[in-house]
Design a protein around this ligand. Structure first.
Ligand SMILES: Cc1cc2nc3c(=O)[nH]c(=O)nc-3n(C[C@H](O)[C@H](O)[C@H](O)COP(=O)(O)O)c2cc1C
Length: 338
């Protein structure tokens, strides 16, 4: 049988399929189901910087209200037992997930600015997380903020989280950085052990009748995989750490493409929402079948075989491809017209 285990974040995973952060893993029954279906690891849904900051502020306010007043006002002091905060519930969930399954549990922190909230990474580790995935969704709306400032802030944030923990930290990135290879190099220097390509942007849509701006969340399609493949193929060989691909991985073919581009693992969410958790089993079956038919001994040997570093002609990855693709399209279109 073809060996499909992969190394990720210093761990040997039984397969390349990791469950991406999604509310599906908020249930322990689902977490067990994911392991049964063949998931190699599970990234839990994120705990957000905003949640953590809000909680700390509420706690601080309550505490100072109590201490600044007269003695009798000590009655205002919050019952610490009532502070069953979001993060406590989260840590409890990490502990229960750890007990429920043998596969690695990766806790997820989601934030954009370095701050006191990063200390929760340490609590996640103490609760049993095998690794931390830091989702760095930053959206710049302030015209005075430069791209260098945004990147510096990100690197500082990653460095701060890495310092909090001894477990490996993976950084989930947005796609829209000017020089991704340079930035990923800096993130590695700051201690990141993997990059996760990419966050999906949940762009608001317009209702032109009511003139409202509405948040939208659509599940992905495999078409979203292409920019991830492109960047993984460019980054492979330039980074010491691992590459994980998330966004548009629905079928075995997508997993193979991701690994051939240079990914160690894929992280799936939409396909599990669309087709159910057992979909993992089907994808793994198809993956094994494909590799066996072509007599590959291991999945790992295919890693990076279509990366920019390994293909004889790099032009499909470079600017030349852009020109070629556009010009070939216009030739095709105009052919019938003459
Ligand atoms: C309902 C839903 C909730 C999600 N919640 C989170 C989250 O809490 N943290 C996070 O990093 N990503 C979150 N994501 C993003 C997914 O983890 C994943 O990276 C993204 O959807 C791309 O993978 P896909 O194409 O397989 O869906 C969420 C996605 C969905 C669909």
């Amino acid at each position: 049988m073809t060996e499909i285990s992969m190394q990720y974040l210093g761990m040997k995973l039984s397969s390349p399929i990791v469950v991406s952060a999604t509310p599906l893993s908020e249930s322990i029954a689902n977490i067990r189901h994911m392991e049964d279906a063949g998931a190699a690891a599970i990234v839990l849904a994120s705990l957000f910087e905003e949640q953590l900051t809000l909680e700390s502020r509420a706690l601080d306010e309550d505490l100072s209200r109590g201490t600044e007043s007269y003695a009798e006002s000590l009655g205002y002091l919050p019952e610490m037992g009532n502070y069953r905060m979001a993060h406590e519930g989260y840590l409890d969930h990490v502990r229960r997930a750890r007990e429920a399954v043998k596969i690695p549990i990766i806790a997820s922190l989601n934030g954009a600015t370095p701050g006191g909230w990063v200390r929760f990474a340490r609590e996640m580790e103490a609760a049993g997380a095998h690794a931390i995935e830091l989702n760095t969704f930053a959206l710049v709306t302030d015209g005075r903020q430069t791209s260098t400032q945004v990147e510096d802030q990100l690197v500082e944030l990653v460095g701060r989280v890495v310092k909090e923990v001894t477990v490996p930290v993976a950084v989930k990135l947005s796609q829209s950085y000017t020089s991704l290879p340079h930035l990923c190099g800096r993130l590695e220097e700051a201690g990141a052990r993997a990059v996760v390509l990419f966050n999906r942007f949940y762009q608001p849509d317009f209702d032109i009748e009511t003139l409202e701006v509405r948040p939208t969340l659509h599940f992905s399609t495999p078409a979203e995989l292409l920019p991830r493949l492109h960047w993984a193929a460019i980054l492979f060989g330039h980074l010491e750490g691992d590459i994980s691909i998330t966004g548009g991985v629905h079928a075995a073919e997508d997993v193979l493409k991701a690994v051939m581009a240079g990914g160690s693992v894929v992280e799936m969410a939409s396909a599990l929402h669309l087709y159910g958790i057992d979909h993992i089993r089907r994808v793994l079956g198809d993956l094994r079948f494909w590799l066996e038919q072509r007599e590959y001994a291991t999945l790992a040997e295919t890693r990076g075989c279509l990366s920019r570093r390994c293909v004889p002609d790099t032009s499909p990855y470079d600017r030349g491809n852009y020109i070629k693709t556009l010009s070939s399209y216009s030739l095709r279109q105009t052919k019938g017209a003459f």
